[in-house]
Design a binder for this molecule. Structure first.
Ligand SMILES: NC(=O)C1=CN([C@@H]2O[C@H](COP(=O)(O)OP(=O)(O)OC[C@H]3O[C@@H](n4cnc5c(N)ncnc54)[C@H](OP(=O)(O)O)[C@@H]3O)[C@@H](O)[C@H]2O)C=CC1
Ligand SMILES: CC(C)(CO)C(=O)C(=O)O
Length: 299
């Protein structure tokens, strides 16, 4: 099938690397210089210390006439608006899959009325070394759930059983996104503020207490069905990624914008809707916003 990937970042290039074996993949980049490099030099895919070169199509997203059966949107949450506003480019697309962390993008998705819309969570680790090199740093899975319409051609991917790159189909999009949101809402801001690896949150008793306090706020506003299972999942992710720095830690360290709006910003919106005060979440949200601004202005 013809697969389009919008965004040539870590996740976009990782998808391109795995899907190019069986499908005709096009990466739609923000910068034409990246598309030119991908076309000229191919994609370099690094896994377990080995590097493979992969040929694919690439072009800038702006003004591209997309005729792919299935399109993955892999831009960060704060760049989603630029994609949504160019919906006319998706007129010939059957199915669009959104893979952002957080839930800030959900409010935009109903505007895609002509396509099947799928949301998903990524449990892989990926690191982009340069514009045409990506490394698979942690093997996990991608979970997909239908937001509206059918799964379209995305259902094929789950059947393909791609080695080290499985797709799983889930029935309830909200519980899929909430499960990932609770992990990111607890681990990401705390590790970024405390400047520690994920595993330190479990090792240092007062940090663990901070996790529990924050989780007790999230429970009040997010539709978490099984609180114990949700907490166990957070602890499990912390253990599995103990030696990693979270994406928010990395964004702050490298003076990039974070996805805090889609994560704790979304939680605070829910608090407002439900009339629940969330002082710890508000405190952390302000801290991360301040660190983003401080980094940009005073770095
Ligand atoms: N990396 C990881 O291991 C994981 C990431 N995720 C989630 O996946 C999502 C993507 O993350 P990641 O790949 O790491 O992010 P990156 O920042 O590496 O990649 C985002 C890409 O989107 C591109 N982009 C931005 N705007 C546009 C546009 N208008 N048109 C085309 N391309 C555009 C950027 O281009 P440019 O380079 O020109 O700025 C960049 O290449 C995030 O929500 C993240 O939280 C989830 C789990 C793990
Ligand atoms: C799972 C976790 C917390 C791993 O670091 C992550 O998704 C992130 O850093 O954004």
């Amino acid at each position: 099938m013809k697969i389009g990937i919008i965004g040539g970042g870590a996740i976009g290039l990782l998808l391109a690397a795995y899907l190019s074996d069986e499908h005709k993949v096009t990466v739609y980049t923000r910068r034409s210089i990246q598309a030119q490099r991908l076309m000229r030099e191919g994609l370099r895919f690094v896994k377990r210390g080995e590097t493979k070169r992969i040929s694919l199509q690439a072009m800038p997203f702006t003004n591209a006439h997309i005729h792919d059966d299935l399109v993955f949107v892999t831009v960060k949450q704060y760049d989603i608006a630029a994609i949504i506003h160019r919906q006319n480019q998706f007129d010939h697309v059957e199915t669009v899959v959104f893979l952002q962390n957080g839930m800030g993008h959900v409010k935009w998705l109903s505007s895609f009325t002509k396509q099947n819309v799928i949301v998903g969570t990524v449990e892989h680790g990926a690191l982009k070394h340069d514009d045409h090199t990506v490394e698979h740093t942690g093997i996990g899975k991608i979970v997909l759930a239908s937001f509206h319409g059918t799964f379209g051609q995305a259902a094929m991917l789950a059947k393909e059983n791609i080695h080290d790159f499985p797709f799983e189909i889930a029935s309830d999009w909200e519980s899929v996104l909430v499960k990932k949101l609770t992990v990111n809402a607890v681990i990401n801001p705390l590790t970024a503020l405390l400047r520690v690896k994920n595993g330190e949150l479990l090792k240092v008793k007062p940090y663990y207490e901070m996790m529990t306090l924050l989780f007790s706020e999230l429970k009040q506003v997010l539709p978490i069905e099984d609180e114990q299972a949700a907490w166990n999942h957070i602890v499990n992710v912390c253990e599995k990624t103990a030696d990693n720095y979270s994406s928010m830690f990395m964004d702050i360290s490298q003076r990039r914008k974070t996805e805090i709006d889609a994560i704790l910003g979304y939680v605070l919106e829910k608090g407002k809707e439900l009339g629940v005060a969330l002082p710890i979440s508000r405190f952390l949200f302000a801290a991360i916003k301040g660190m983003e601004e401080g980094g940009a202005k005073h770095g």
